[in-house]
Ligand binder design. Structure first.
Ligand code: FES
Length: 97
């Protein structure tokens, strides 16, 4: 096995497991801190692909139970979304704007 291989955790932002573990060692021990420090979770998928693994790594490295590791703060959409669109999603019978 090639020991130079890197394990990519955040594919959107190209962030490796090693970078995340190093950040945790430096004291970035919450999902929000990892996100702000490395940009992990700020990619196109908004962390859907990587955040569960990042939270698991935080748990393993800090010894905190996985249930105590909170996900990062959700943010509002960058572009305004008309309420009609959300109504369409929830009711399924209205036209979106
Ligand atoms: S995989 Fe990390 S933001 Fe998409």
């Amino acid at each position: 096995m090639n020991t130079n291989q890197k394990t990519i955790i955040c594919f959107c932002e190209d962030i490796t497991k090693e970078e995340i573990l190093k950040a945790i060692e430096q004291g970035y021990t919450t999902a929000n801190e990892i996100k702000r420090h490395l940009r992990a979770g700020m990619g196109e998928c908004q962390g859907r692909g990587c955040m569960p693994q990042i939270m698991k790594l935080i748990s393993q490295k800090t010894g905190k139970p996985r249930e105590e590791i909170l996900p990062p703060t959700d943010r509002a959409p960058i572009k305004p979304v008309p309420l009609g669109v959300m109504g369409k999603i929830s009711k399924g019978n209205q036209k979106g704007v």
